[in-house]
Design a protein around this ligand. Structure first.
Ligand SMILES: [Ca+2]
Ligand SMILES: [Ca+2]
Ligand SMILES: [Ca+2]
Ligand SMILES: [Ca+2]
Length: 494
């Protein structure tokens, strides 16, 4: 199988030939279905966005209040390395506009963040090549695609003193419109320090920021960030002590909105690499973190941690006993859902409530209390992103379609479960046995059962293969809060 399991989050295979591709769209055939346990046949709409004829990757997707869809990723340009790319669609996935960003160094610009503020303005961010190395960059757009910060190239950039390499790994926008980005900055001749920087809505760096953690030859990196309703900032990642190899420890830190440290926590499981991959604020005082730990016997174990907002120390942890890894976590206010892989052949959905208890309503499928395992027919299945849908949950990733006649290649797999854990949506894309590997990186939902997915769509036309940012729309008609009692129509034109 391909290498996408081992390297799931950044970059993409580099073997595609250069070729221009016209944008492809179609609308699926109407398929009314009257019950649960649904195998959909096609998305309601698909858009394959090609930037400049080379390898592109969709990495994040969000929707606004009207159901407009923003998909963002990284596009490989003709002459300026990789650029940030952003495409807006309406709620029927009809293309509206696209923009891109190439930093002043005209080198690689890797997008890692996409978020909306409360006014529906859209922001993209990542690691950008500046005139003196790598910087953090964020660019904001009004809903019509024009730049919010109109000076220069429209970006706000952060270049640390000494022009150190500054890396952006994740972005979130708080309730006041402040833009918080986490990652790392590496002093010359030393190791990475954890970095969090907060920009105000006008683009200025907020007072009290940036904050770094590190110094000396210890290594600190933040992978994920979230903010509370009180504008507190939390970030998580890993800490690697000086002189130590293969023994990263899980790192968590919380600050006030003005950058004052509130709490800091590191954790070593069994002397191997332990690292946080995603973080989410729940309702009230819960901060949920997905952490992958590694046993002394060299087994991956996904774990979920809860921290309290506004004070120090953690509430509890749940470490799953089986070989498992998480890539994403979200919360619906009652339960946390963590997704990734279990063993080498399954997607997992595991959930716990704010006290660390498993949901008993998900106990009936034979996978264990609070656990759903997607038992695919072939190996190498992984979930990359999760979003709650009504009282249920939807996730995307990649797996081999058992209906393929020569099953060797993974494709987007999108799943939705009802609040009781019933499988509502099970959708592979593309269909038709294409000999390419594809992966859904990000999922979002809006309204009554609209699911959007974006990712890396590896397309083959005759003998040419190339990657595009592939965005899908699935529409479920009915009450997603209680799908089992509703008529669910899929595939109708949205
Ligand atoms: Ca392309
Ligand atoms: Ca570039
Ligand atoms: Ca820099
Ligand atoms: Ca460790």
């Amino acid at each position: 199988m391909g290498s996408w399991i081992a390297n799931p989050l950044h970059g993409f295979p580099n073997g595609g030939k250069i070729m221009k591709l016209a944008t492809l769209r179609y609308v699926g055939i109407g398929i009314p279905i009257m019950a649960m346990a649904i195998m959909l046949f096609a998305p309601n709409a698909v858009d394959s966005f090609d930037y400049q004829g080379d390898n592109d990757l969709g990495y994040r997707v969000v929707t606004d209040r009207e159901g407009n869809v923003y998909a963002a990723g990284t596009g490989l340009s003709d002459s300026n390395g990789k650029d940030f790319i952003l495409v807006k669609y309406n709620s029927s996935l009809v293309y509206q506009w696209d923009v891109s960003y190439d930093g002043p160094g005209h080198g690689n610009d890797d997008l890692t963040g996409l978020a909306l503020d409360s006014s529906g303005n859209v922001f993209i961010s990542g690691t950008s090549t500046g005139s003196s190395g790598l910087d953090v960059a964020v660019v904001g757009f009004y809903p019509n695609g024009t730049l919010i910060w109109g000076t220069g190239d429209g970006a706000q950039r952060y270049n640390s003193s000494g022009s150190q390499p500054d890396i952006a790994n994740d972005m979130v926008i708080d309730v006041s419109g402040n833009i918080a980005i986490c990652g790392s900055t590496t002093p010359t001749g030393s190791y990475a320090d954890g970095l969090v920087i907060v920009f105000e809505p006008d683009g200025d760096i907020k007072s009290g920021w940036p904050q770094t953690i590190g110094g000396g030859d210890d290594e600190y990196v933040f992978n994920c960030i979230s903010t509370s309703s009180a504008n507190r900032v939390v970030a998580a990642g890993y800490f690697l002590p000086e002189g130590v190899s293969e023994d990263k420890d899980f790192l968590f830190k919380q600050w006030s909105g003005s950058g004052s440290g509130i709490s800091e926590y590191t954790y070593d499981y069994q002397g191997k690499n332990d690292e946080a991959v995603d973080i989410a604020y729940g309702i009230g005082t819960n901060i949920a973190v997905a952490v992958n730990v590694y046993t002394s016997g060299n087994e991956n174990r996904g774990s979920v941690w809860h921290f309290s907002d506004g004070d120090d120390g953690y509430g509890w942890q749940q470490i799953y006993a089986s070989e498992s890894r998480f890539n994403a976590i979200t919360t619906d206010g009652t339960y946390d859902y963590a997704v990734g892989s279990e063993g080498e052949e399954m997607l997992t959905v595991k959930l716990v409530d704010a006290n660390g208890n498993y949901s008993t309503t998900w106990a009936s499928a034979g996978d264990g209390v609070g656990i759903r395992v997607y038992h695919g027919s072939y190996s190498d299945a992984v979930a990359m992103s999760v979003h709650t849908l009504g009282s249920g949950v939807t996730l995307t990733g990649a797996a081999v379609n058992p209906n393929d006649t020569t099953p060797q290649y993974a494709h987007y797999l999108t799943l939705a479960y009802t609040k009781n854990g019933g499988l509502l949506v099970e959708q592979y894309y593309p269909a038709g046995d294409p000999t390419t590997n594809d992966i859904g990186y990000s999922v979002n939902v809006f309204g009554r059962g609209y699911i959007v997915v974006t990712g890396d769509l590896y397309e083959e036309v005759e003998e040419d293969q190339f990657h595009n940012m592939g965005t899908l729309l699935y529409i479920l008609a009915g009450d997603e809060n209680d799908p089992s009692s509703s008529t669910i129509e899929v595939g109708s034109s949205g």
